[in-house]
Design a protein around this ligand. Structure first.
Ligand SMILES: [Zn+2]
Length: 54
């Protein structure tokens, strides 16, 4: 699992997550509603895993 640092990310009203479409408070780096876990999963899909890949 890719660990993203979202400590600087903002939180807003519940909006549908870009990735899973469930209500999300978190905003991604573009200010779009997105769960941190969804962003991490997306990052895992777009970047080859290192070291821990089966
Ligand atoms: Zn989500």
């Amino acid at each position: 699992m890719t660990g993203l640092d979202w400590r600087r990310h903002t939180i807003g009203l519940l909006r549908p997550c870009l990735l899973c479409h469930r209500p999300a408070l978190m905003r991604d780096e573009h200010g779009q509603p997105c769960h941190k876990v969804c962003a991490e999963q997306a990052a895992d899909r777009t970047r080859p895993a290192r070291g821990t890949a089966a």
